[in-house]
Design a protein around this ligand. Structure first.
Ligand code: SF4
Length: 302
């Protein structure tokens, strides 16, 4: 299948009907999406994995100019991460990241060398931040524990809190479609959030809550050791990478978390509300796939 055909298939899987001009020319990217109804107040997606913030993602005004150049591929390192990492820098030496947050941010929970069962049990009984008081249950993570791809969102929403699984509901279905478009089934990847308990009223998790909870995600990354971490959404990206750069400027770069390559894209819930950006997410996924395969940015087989 040609690249244009794959792009059309992706956009159709994302719910976008790409149109064709009668003279046979291909439509431009921004000429496709007009399918989704505007998000109404009380949008049912609003409880799904952080949509409360999704509309606040800042989109760069400048047109895209393609993905930036990245460093030569390299293997995964075995070194364990320190509990708190310095602010992320693009692995290929691109734009410098913003300064780290204030030093008053609490350190991540150190879960040592816990295995999967002990780690999940530790999360289930955790009371390290105020989110424990309002949760129905913790949402640990799900999927293939030997996955090549790890998907990281921000926090459980109402459905996730009820079901105990990340990325369910409409946003989860869209994530599944996005993954399928690049040849991955949901069961093949590992999916987790930067915080394991639902913030009340779907507010964004606070910086201190993310910082406390990040130790659990670090240990999950250590145990999975994926080839790539795909971070979806601004809040997750800022929490994981310790930057405050607008999401649009984080796209197309390779960062590192626990020495694993990280690529950033839009949250599916945001894409449900802003379908014009679905085409950009296709670019991000193709870029992520190249990184995971070791063709860009230092990802690839161990
Ligand atoms: S969000 Fe994380 S740190 Fe806070 S109580 Fe839940 S598991 Fe513990």
């Amino acid at each position: 299948m040609s690249g244009a055909a794959r792009r059309r298939a992706y956009l159709q899987a994302m719910g976008i009907q790409a149109w064709r001009r009668r003279d046979g020319e291909s439509p431009a990217a921004d000429e496709t999406a007009r399918d989704a109804a505007p998000a109404a107040a009380g949008d049912p997606v609003a409880g799904e994995g952080g949509v409360a913030d999704a509309g606040q993602v800042q989109i760069p005004a400048a047109p895209e100019t393609g993905m930036p150049q990245t460093a030569a591929p390299e293997g995964r390192a075995d070194a364990r991460p320190t509990p708190v990492e310095p602010p992320a820098q693009p692995a290929h030496g691109g734009r410098p990241a913003a300064p780290a947050p204030a030093p008053s941010v609490p350190a991540a929970i150190d879960v040592g060398d816990l295995g999967w069962d002990a780690l999940q049990a530790a999360v289930a009984r955790c009371t390290a931040c105020e989110l424990h008081a309002t949760r129905t249950q913790t949402v640990f993570g799900t999927g293939n524990r030997n996955a090549d791809w790890m998907i990281v969102g921000e926090a459980p929403g109402a459905d996730e809190d009820r079901l105990g699984e990340p990325f369910v509901g409409r946003a989860g279905q869209l994530l599944n479609n996005m993954l399928r478009a690049i040849g991955l089934q949901r069961e093949q990847v590992y999916i987790a959030n930067v915080v394991k308990c639902r913030p009340p009223n779907n507010r964004n998790p606070h910086v201190d809550e993310i910082s406390r909870c990040l130790g659990y995600l670090q240990r999950q990354v250590e145990l999975v050791r994926p080839r790539l971490i795909l971070v979806v959404g601004r809040v997750a990206a800022h929490g994981l990478l310790k930057v405050d750069t607008p999401l649009g400027k984080l796209r197309g770069q390779v960062y590192r978390f626990c020495d694993i390559p990280v690529v950033v894209t839009y949250h599916p819930a945001y894409l449900l509300r802003t379908p014009r950006d679905k085409a950009k997410s296709w670019d991000d996924l193709r870029f992520a796939r190249r990184v995971a395969e070791g063709r860009e940015g230092g990802g690839g087989p161990a």
